[in-house]
Design a protein around this ligand. Sequence first.
Ligand code: OFO
Length: 171
Amino acid sequence: MSVISQETVNLLNEHLNLEHYSANLYFNMAGWCEKEGLKGCSKFLYNHSSEEHTHLEKFREFINKAGGQAVMGEMKAPECKFNSVEELFEKIIKHEEYITSCINKLVSISMDSKDYVTLKFLEWFVKEQLEEEELFNDIIKKIRILEDLKGRNLYTFDKFVGNLDSQEHCS
Ligand code: OFO
């Protein structure tokens, strides 16, 4: 007997797969940075990829606890080549804005169907998305301050990102 409807299980599984995609996307981005000699960005993005795995696990745990079955679906390969580190971080903020919109949609559906248990579960993700968008917006602001990410500026930026703790708001 499931606490949540099969329709909700399907929607949550869709999002579980999006979290998996996020983990793979950041994994590929980290690899590109490493190849470019950007060790700070690479470390940060590998950590962030691991953090996305913890999001996937939260969905898995909730779906199964609620009597559904967490299922991995087919996944498109995330991109792995970028023209610049600026482009890479612009893509991240767009991606996270998209994830936020997906979480908001799930919240709306749960509210409309008076599915309070799913609503309660999603609360953590609403807060998490706020923190993630803030984190990546701070990185974008740093890029704008430095203006031109070449030579010494790129070195400074890489050090700055390497010192950020992508896991600090992950509980
Ligand atoms: Fe980037 O927070 Fe999950 O997806």
